[in-house]
Design a protein around this ligand. Structure first.
Ligand code: NAD
Length: 488
């Protein structure tokens, strides 16, 4: 079995405990992972705290921080094939996706590298004579970053990149499911030459390691991606240190198809929107809301494409849908699909767990038009399951789209430009894709509201989350201060 270590204070070390990681394609253990507990977490946070003020980091210019990030980006681009193999092995995410996504992760680091020396302060036209007032944008301090199992290199890049660009230091907790690529990534951080303690990477279980990390008194900001239940714990834990927090949570995103849409194009986007990453994507377009007059035609197109999807081992470049990351996740999906069918939903395709090893589940489409409150419609399944509801009017489509407590992403397919604009205004979600789906970029903010959280990652503003404003007052008069009892 392969063994992985933590990266704390610039060195690789064993943890207080270990656990085994399973290969989702076989269900068998393949690697031994370090499990951080109280002592490891404390060591990592203390190292990040010390590194924050150390001259090796605090004394660097913003441009020098940017150069380190550029170097890291180059190393990621070089190591992408190796990292992709590891992510595929440890999470079951197909190699086709991990290869492309990790190569693109390098672009995220390049974007933040370029931002490092563009985090500007301001000068205020203050309403008092003989006074200069300006604002400095300073790094917040120690960041605790927590990521879920899917796309750990990508989801950590949108935290590590802006945090380091701003001058913070960071402790990253990889998910206990599939942590290998992030632990391996620590080698690149080391090689890039960041001073010890600036980036620390460990893994461990949420309720223990994650809870200690988010409550730690030396943590200043928490950047969390995961589900709403864990997020509630994070917020409660941070009542201890009162750290600021940004939350990127789940979704149950509507994918709306009007009768005038290019149905072939919409079907391809819907297939990608729900079956890419085997459905384990926070922005999965998991609720198809389709015009009643084209529903049958559209479902026939979708079913044909879903049944043609190549299911196989994640290591095979031809595979389009691989296993789920965990047996636990598959069990949840099986339960909700069965409950929805019992409630009156119709299986259009899929819905049957295959025989054999590995945590596989087929692309599944459930027509819930007769039972719009079926469990599959309201529950984030984080798997390859699409629920379908038909609508009659634009008003109905809006109401159905917004009938969720989540508000992360949405898709609208129509050729009517005026209608597209009306939908943009009325859909409650952080992202609206029109006649496209699942496009992301370091340049574009990403995030939601409601049960989807309240952070924004990507874009220029995201880096400001890692800074605090310091207001500086400078009196420019040499005259003695007049009446000390009057505030001026
Ligand atoms: P999860 O919430 O169970 O776990 C996420 C992370 O939180 C893990 O590292 C886990 O160890 C940690 N954690 C769990 N309990 C904790 C606690 N009490 N204190 C601190 N940390 C704790 O999520 P998951 O099942 O691994 O991932 C799936 C979820 O992530 C889905 O809801 C998905 O939509 C969401 N997600 C959101 C985005 C986004 O950007 N909005 C991206 C990817 C995934």
């Amino acid at each position: 079995m392969q063994r992985f270590q933590h990266y704390i204070d610039g060195a690789f070390s064993d943890a207080e405990a270990t656990f085994q990681s399973l290969d989702p394609a076989t269900g068998q253990p393949w690697a031994e992972m370090p499990e951080a507990r109280e002592g490891d977490v404390d060591r990592a946070v203390t190292a990040a705290h010390r590194a924050f003020d150390a001259p090796e980091w605090a004394g660097l210019t913003a441009s020098a921080r940017g150069k380190l990030l550029y170097r890291l980006a180059d190393l990621i681009a070089e190591a992408a094939p190796r990292l992709a193999e590891l992510e595929t092995r440890d999470t079951g995410k197909i190699i086709r996706e991990t290869s492309a996504q990790i190569a693109y992760v390098a672009e995220y680091y390049r974007y933040y590298a370029g931002l490092a020396d563009k985090i500007e302060g301001a000068h205020l036209p203050i309403d008092k004579p003989d006074m200069e007032v300006w604002l400095r944008r300073e790094p917040k301090g120690v960041v605790a970053a927590i990521v879920p199992w899917n796309s750990q290199l990508f989801l950590s890049a949108v935290k590590i990149g802006p945090a380091l660009a701003a001058g913070c230091t960071i402790v990253v907790k990889a998910s206990e499911d599939g942590p290998a690529p992030l632990l391996e990534f620590a080698r690149l951080v080391h090689e890039a030459g960041f001073p010890p303690g600036v980036v620390n990477i460990l893994t461990g279980f949420g309720p223990r390691c994650g809870a200690i990390l988010t409550a730690h008194p030396l943590v200043d900001h928490i950047a969390f991606t995961g589900g709403p239940d864990a997020a509630r714990h994070v917020i409660r834990n941070s009542a201890e240190n009162l750290a600021s927090a940004s939350l990127e949570l789940g979704g149950k995103s509507p994918f709306i198809v009007f009768a005038d849409a290019d149905l072939e194009s919409a079907a391809n986007a819907q297939i990608a929107g729900i079956f890419a990453a085997t459905g384990q994507s926070c922005v999965a377009g998991s609720r198809l809301i389709v015009a009643a007059e084209v529903k049958d035609r559209f479902l026939a197109l979708l079913a044909k494409k879903a049944e043609a999807v190549a299911i196989g081992t994640p290591q095979d470049m031809a595979t389009e849908v691989g296993p789920l990351c965990t047996a636990r996740q598959r069990a949840k999906i099986e339960e909700v699909v069965a409950a929805s069918v019992d409630a009156g939903a119709t299986l259009v395709t899929g819905g049957k767990t295959p025989e054999g090893q590995g945590f596989y589940y087929p692309p599944t489409i459930l027509d819930c038009s007769a039972v719009p409150d079926a469990p599959a419609v309201g529950t984030e399944l984080f798997g390859p399951v699409l629920s379908v509801i038909a609508f009659d009017t634009e008003e109905d489509a809006v109401a159905l789209a917004n009938s969720t407590q989540y508000g992360l992403a949405s898709g609208v397919f129509t050729r009517d430009l005026a209608r597209a604009h009306r939908m943009v205004r009325r859909i409650k979600a952080g992202i609206v894709w029109i006649n496209t789906y699942r496009a992301v970029s370091p340049v574009a903010p990403f995030g939601g509201h409601g049960l989807s959280g309240h952070g924004r990652e990507g874009g220029i503003a995201a880096v400001l989350d890692y800074t605090a404003v310091k207001t500086v007052w400078l009196r420019t008069s040499d005259d003695p201060i007049p009446d000390p009892f009057i505030m001026r």
